[in-house]
Write a protein that binds this ligand. Structure first.
Ligand SMILES: Cc1cc2nc3c(=O)[nH]c(=O)nc-3n(C[C@H](O)[C@H](O)[C@H](O)COP(=O)(O)OP(=O)(O)OC[C@H]3O[C@@H](n4cnc5c(N)ncnc54)[C@H](O)[C@@H]3O)c2cc1C
Length: 328
């Protein structure tokens, strides 16, 4: 285990925000977690691609454990135990190279395997909950390793038990995925559908299409600091939707658990804020759901911008939008 003090985290969060921590630990073996005297206010860090660090942190635990292990395999499926510090897209690449189906639509999502169940990462009509069998974690109170079954993780849209009951109490150490060796590819979703008008897709071709689509739409954090979608899509009840359709006949919506999903990008854009800048932060010109750091932005710049957006969307539509990004 490597320990540093007064560490600058600017290169360890994709927003590129300067923030310091008193103690920084790099974990390469999960057993090392038991040796740390954890403070009441510690932060578990993966790739820092879903957070705004808004203050000096007392303790940061950076999970860098590696390993992909085949636990069981038959003609139809394979069970893989993957260490929390593996880079998510390296794991996707491994699966596609080995013809294991299930991760391909989630290609190129930044971050680590250990963070994948936290917000139930999703893209292009797929969610990681569909391939998770169980999650292994380090219980901070008992200093022991435990397993939680998928059904007890309460996975929802960008949500799980890890953001609520178990928040601050556990550290994900590995994830058990179950993947199919031959399955239907899901290419029904938006951007990638257009890739396969004439040709029958292969697993590799779907990964390529997802990567190309993402690269054409999303800013690369190494060029323009960002944390992907800053807000969750809004879910509204039928009454509210009817009211919206009267005032905005072109409002896009999709049936979703709990009501109807309205793309928050549309709400922000229609409220006139696409491309809007506040100090060194701004709403990305090509995608209104993404807030970016134009250089030297502080956490305050970004949080003030988020407030402006939340208030404007509420004023225009009467909808309260929620942040997807963690404010730490
Ligand atoms: C350009 C871009 C595009 C993105 N696109 C998508 C997308 O399409 N879909 C999507 O779902 N997300 C997307 N994201 C968000 C992000 O990639 C995911 O949320 C990812 O899972 C975060 O992983 P991380 O390792 O960077 O987590 P971090 O940002 O390091 O941490 C996020 C949260 O999880 C906690 N955490 C991390 N690791 C652990 C662990 N081992 N145990 C316990 N808690 C932990 C942290 O404490 C923090 O609260 C995008 C981000 C960017 C920058």
């Amino acid at each position: 285990m490597q320990k540093e003090t007064n560490k600058n985290l600017i290169h360890l969060n994709t927003f590129g925000i300067e923030a310091f921590c008193d103690e920084y630990y790099e974990i390469e073996n999960s057993l090392e977690l038991a040796e740390i005297d954890l403070s009441d206010d510690f932060l578990i860090l993966g790739s820092g691609s879903n957070m705004v660090i808004s203050k000096r942190l007392p303790q940061v635990i950076h999970i860098k454990t590696k390993g992909i292990e085949i636990l069981e395999e038959n003609d139809k499926t394979v069970k893989l135990k993957v260490q929390a510090g593996e880079i998510w897209d390296d794991f996707v690449s491994f699966c596609v190279d080995n013809n294991y189906y299930g991760t391909e639509n989630l290609s190129l999502i930044p971050g680590t395997v250990g963070a994948s169940p936290i917000q139930n990462i999703g893209a292009y009509g797929a969610e990681v909950k569909d391939i998770i069998q169980s999650v292994e974690y380090f219980d901070i109170e008992t200093k022991s390793f435990k397993n939680i079954d998928k059904k007890d993780c309460f996975f929802e849209y960008r949500d799980s038990i890890f953001k609520h009951k178990l928040k601050g109490k556990i550290i994900v150490t590995s994830v058990l995925y179950i993947l199919e060796k031959n399955a239907e590819l899901n290419i029904s979703y938006g951007g990638i559908k257009n890739y396969f008008v004439e040709q029958k897709p292969t697993l590799k071709a779907v990964r390529k299409a997802v990567i190309e689509t993402r690269n054409s739409k999303l800013p690369k954090p190494e060029e323009l600091g960002n944390s992907g979608s800053f807000f969750q899509n809004a879910i509204v009840k039928e009454m509210k939707l009817r009211d919206l359709v009267v005032k905005h006949e072109n409002v896009p919506y999709f049936k979703a658990p709990g009501g109807f999903k309205i793309p928050t990008a549309w709400l922000i854009e229609t409220a006139g804020l696409k491309g809007f800048r506040h100090k060194n932060a701004g709403v990305y010109e090509n995608h209104a759901l993404i807030l970016v750091n134009y250089g030297g932005a502080t956490a305050n710049d970004i949080l003030e911008l988020a407030d402006i957006i939340e208030n404007k969307v509420f004023d225009v539509f009467g909808i309260k939008i929620s942040k997807e990004v963690n404010i730490v």
